[in-house]
Design a protein around this ligand. Structure first.
Ligand code: ADE
Length: 971
């Protein structure tokens, strides 16, 4: 089957990734590779293995249909007692391996099927190895060999099978390691069985060369110890640069775990399918990062590949501070409609902005003044002799006031528009020019304004045309306001004729009007004010309706206020923080029962807490059956503060009454003199939980429970947590070590006491903000800014789920706390433990949503787990089944149930279109699931390849949502 001694093949992963479920996960979907050190099926010549004694194992070489040898070793001395037949391989180099795998394929005869052999016939053989640096000439000495295992057959064959020509081939794999010498021999000891050894394959596993986050990671040999990972730094691919040092960890099974850090494509390059490709002509990328190449901004171009910036077209420029993303721009056109308004002392110049601003917003104006004598060709600059308000250069508004001018003079003003690139252009600048003669009179005043008629909503006015003037009137402006509201605002209207109808007025209301004229020389002053009244109106309905509306609205507000002031949640008991009591012993009295210590019999010490020993014992209560209890003690020599902190937990526990919360029997705080206890004992007495804490219980019973039993435990914990969250109590240290298990596998939440429990918890580490927090169990917002809530408890609950489903594995294995924080921040989440149903891993992922409001409430968790328990077939699809069957009918499970549109786009590598989807209103998966290719095009996905990828994923999404809706799978 294999052509060379060393070949590379794929082996099945033990722990597989959840990458097919959620794009971001801790485990990656990279198959480990196996490096084969020996494969007897691929050896063409003689194998040359040794047998001891000579008449024990038989080497038989036959030819297959391709004329390649099949090396088989047989032994079948089942009739003779005391067999000790050895077969020894040649020396096998271990190469880079530390741990090797030996795969044996063999057939074994069932002793019962051979007559007269009972007593002598065996059904096993033994596998040994011997490490040595010597490659040749090593004499075979059985004592030097270390036993790897006794190998038994899963399937043995009988005479009948032989008759039917059925070959029951067994395959067994054994791990050997650590191997430290240069190589080793394998030996097979037969002690009287009927065996045919058909093939022997020896290999070791490697994490394969891989590319991840634009970094390459070399082939890496894992460590032997299954709980220690090899940290490997990646090298950025061509045209990429490091952001955070890219790292992967090589797991014991040859799979890559926990990608951290990354490289990003350099300027001029973008990421395409895991490498950095040069931007095409017409595109550019100005910054290193995960962004794509962008089309050149307007009025710019790039001819070559890999442009970091686009060059401006002729006549267009980029100012020094313009970012490369900005369009190239040009100088503005000159100002328009330049006018002046002159009176005895002041000349106002006014103009409109240019029709072309050049594509920029930093528009300013400069004013230049020339004063010419009778000869228009003999002019001199006059900015210095005049006063310009606010100034004559760098004006922002399209107006300037000029004073200090001479009478009877001609001034020429040139107004130039400028922007940030005006200095870059070599084209001559264009200006707007106006000449003002200070002899000239201003525009004419309007006089004799009269009312022609009035109605309830309008007034018609007319006035005398001004006297013929030097400058013709362009139009009139009529200004008016309600007489009552003079200071508030006024309206104006324009007319070319010396008359106007002002409409939209209120009935029976006095208005004040005045008019001014406009000519090329500017505006005249306003005419005197005239007051006119509109006529009365019969219908006052509108205002009445307004009042009714106000009253109705007020009534609604009143009703709403009355509603919210009623009792919010009748019947819900809430938790009282003992710290709110001025005297904490008061809280102890209120929430706990005092127990006479003589009723307690301490039997043995079962653990140690921060304050003292934890013992088991019995509690007698008059008229009741004696019960088993756990007794937490406060060690002697305590100070007041320690006593208070110790009893705080009892004050909290005493407020709870739920089958999944540890029950407080009472406390011992007082001295009963009749009793034999020495000193002043202080104790907390709680119900006894036979199986102790959940984490160690699961570790001791690895693989012992059915999935339904595990879900039952999780359901209990969720129910206890629902009770606590309904009471308004936030646990802050929910972890399997703080759950106790009784003899019926009922799980109960324990360890109360807020900050104190964290002092007590060996997992709690100091954060940068100074708090002590069990990092691996704690939600990101609680780590970063101490935002503890029932939602952060839900995150911890997800970690407890993971602990339970992995039988007490340490979350994030031996990664450092810092790496855990970093990987969570980067969006990675724990993968499904081996054998974990998809539905449960989905629930974990739901609990680990970054946005805390998106996490499930404990009531949802209980309902969801109840559904799973009622319908156990929903627990059948396991995460690894789905991963190993990518083409299976479960393919529609490819997307998790709880993702957002953004996460879905991330998962299909189309993140760049998030804003297109959002701005087109596709912000739920349900809305996306109905999109057609036209819809995808319409929202601006232009590339055909991207349209196809999105549409094909939409179809899968649609199927999956239907599937989930049918199943009512959403929490
Ligand atoms: N260890 C701590 N509390 C316990 C309890 N209530 N039962 C058994 N073991 C415990």
């Amino acid at each position: 089957m294999f052509l060379a001694d060393i070949s590379i093949c794929r082996v099945k992963m033990r722990l597989s990734s959840s990458c097919q479920i959620v794009n971001r996960c801790i485990f990656l979907f990279f198959f480990p590779i196996a490096v084969v050190l020996l494969d007897t099926t691929s050896v063409l010549g003689e194998l040359g293995w040794k047998t001891y004694p000579i008449n024990g194992w038989d080497a038989i070489t036959e030819m297959d249909e391709h004329n390649r040898p099949i090396h088989t070793f047989q032994v079948c001395n089942v009739m003779e007692p005391n067999q000790n037949n050895w077969l020894r391989s040649n020396w096998i180099s271990r190469q880079a391996a530390q741990k090797i795998y030996v795969e044996l394929r063999f057939t074994l005869r069932d002793c019962n099927s051979i007559p007269w052999v009972s007593g002598t016939c065996k059904e096993t053989f033994n596998l040994f190895y011997y490490e040595t640096d010597e490659t040749h000439g090593v004499k075979f000495k059985p004592v030097q060999y270390t036993k790897i295992d006794t190998i038994a057959a899963d399937e043995s064959f009988t005479q009948m099978d032989l008759g039917d020509r059925i070959l029951k081939l067994n395959t067994e794999v054994r791990e050997v390691g650590p191997i430290t010498k240069k190589g080793f021999y394998l030996a097979f000891q037969d002690i009287g069985a009927c065996i045919a050894l058909v093939s022997v394959r020896v290999y070791y596993k490697k994490c394969p060369f891989t590319l991840r986050n634009l970094a390459s990671f070399p082939d890496t040999v894992p460590r032997v110890d299954s709980s220690s990972l090899v940290e490997v730094k990646g090298a950025c691919v061509d045209h990429a640069e490091e952001r955070d040092t890219p790292k992967l960890f090589c797991g014991a099974d040859g799979d890559w775990l926990v990608p951290l850090g990354r490289c990003v494509c350099s300027i001029g390059y973008e990421e395409i399918d895991g490498s950095c490709m040069a931007c095409h002509p017409g595109f550019y990328k100005a910054y290193a990062g995960s962004i794509k190449c962008s089309k050149c901004p307007p009025h710019s171009f790039s001819y070559g590949e890999g442009a970091s910036v686009c060059r401006c077209e002729k006549g267009f420029f980029r100012a020094e501070k313009d970012p490369p993303t900005m369009a190239c721009t040009r100088p503005p056109s000159p100002p328009r409609n330049l006018m002046f308004n002159l009176n005895d002392t002041c000349l106002m110049l006014l103009w409109s902005p240019p029709s072309d601003t050049g594509g920029r917003r930093d528009l300013t104006y400069n004013v230049q003044c020339k004063r010419c004598g009778p000869d228009p060709n003999r002019c001199q600059l006059c900015e210095e002799e005049l006063r310009f308000l606010p100034r004559h250069l760098g004006l922002i508004n399209a107006t300037v006031a000029v004073t200090d001018f001479a009478a009877h003079a001609n001034y020429t003003f040139e107004i130039e528009s400028l922007n940030g690139v005006s200095d870059m252009s070599t084209f001559p600048r264009q200006v707007a020019i106006i000449t003002v003669s200070t002899d000239q009179g201003g525009p004419s005043l309007v006089r004799a304004l009269k009312k022609d008629w009035a109605s309830p909503n309008s007034i018609a006015l007319s006035w005398q045309k001004p006297e013929p003037a030097t400058v013709p009137v362009l139009d009139y402006e009529v200004k008016y306001h309600e007489k009552e509201h003079e200071q508030l605002s006024y309206s104006s209207t324009r007319t070319k004729a010396p008359s106007v109808i002002v409409s939209g007025l209120k009935p029976t209301t006095w208005y004040v009007f005045s008019v001014r004229s406009r000519s090329a020389a500017g505006y005249s002053s306003y005419s005197p004010k005239y007051e006119y009244e509109t006529t009365g109106d019969s219908s006052d309905l509108a205002s009445d309706q307004g009042q009714v509306l106000v009253i109705v609205t007020a009534a609604i507000v009143l009703i709403y206020k009355m509603c919210i002031s009623s009792v919010p949640f009748p019947g819900v008991k809430t938790y009282v923080d003992p710290d709110t009591y001025e005297d904490p012993t008061q809280a102890v009295h209120e929430f706990t029962k005092e127990i006479d210590p003589c009723r307690i019999r301490i039997e043995r010490v079962i653990g140690a807490g921060e304050f003292g020993e934890v013992c088991s014992g019995r509690l007698r209560t008059p008229g009741k059956k004696e019960i088993a209890v756990a007794i937490k003690t406060l060690k002697g020599g305590y100070v007041d503060r320690q006593r208070r902190d110790f009893l705080r937990e009892a004050s909290i526990m005493g407020q709870f009454d739920h089958p999944n919360i540890i029950r407080l029997e009472g406390v011992v705080t007082k001295m009963f003199y009749v009793c034999v206890f020495a000193g002043r004992p202080v104790m907390i007495v709680v119900e006894y939980m036979e199986n102790g804490s959940l984490d160690s219980f699961l570790r001791q019973h690895d693989g012992h429970f059915t999935v339904i039993q595990l879900v039952g435990m999780l359901r209990g914990i969720a129910s206890g947590m629902k009770y606590l969250s309904d009471m308004g109590y936030v646990h802050r240290d929910l972890a399997a070590r703080n759950i106790l298990v009784n003899s019926n596998l009922v799980c109960k939440v324990s360890d109360f006491g807020l900050s104190r429990v964290l002092e007590d918890d060996p997992e709690a580490a100091y954060t940068t903000t100074g708090g002590k927090i069990p990092i691996r169990w704690t939600a990101p917002e609680a780590i970063s800014y101490r935002k503890f809530s029932s939602a952060s408890d839900a995150w911890s609950y997800g970690i407890v789920m993971w602990e339970v489903m992995s039988y007490g594995e340490r979350p994030y294995w031996e990664m450092s706390n810092q790496d855990v924080i970093l990987s969570i921040e980067e969006g990675y989440r724990l993968p499904a433990p081996m054998g974990c149903p998809v539905a449960l891993h989905q629930l974990m992922l739901h609990c680990w949503q970054k946005e805390r409001n998106h996490r499930p409430k404990f009531t949802d968790v209980v309902t969801f787990l109840d559904k799973l328990i009622r319908n156990p077939s929903s627990l059948l699809p396991l995460v690894e089944d789905i991963q190993s069957l990518p083409e299976s009918p479960l393919e529609e499970m490819e997307y998790p149930m709880f993702i957002s549109v953004g996460e879905w786009l991330d998962s299909i590598k189309m993140s760049q279109y998030k804003s297109n989807f959002m701005s087109a209103g596709y912000n739920t998966l349900d809305s996306v699931a109905t999109m057609s290719i036209e819809d995808v095009r319409r929202i601006g996905v232009d590339l055909i390849g991207h349209q196809r990828r999105i549409v094909s994923s939409v179809q899968t999404l649609h199927l999956q949502l239907l599937h989930e809706h049918e199943k009512g799978f959403h929490v």
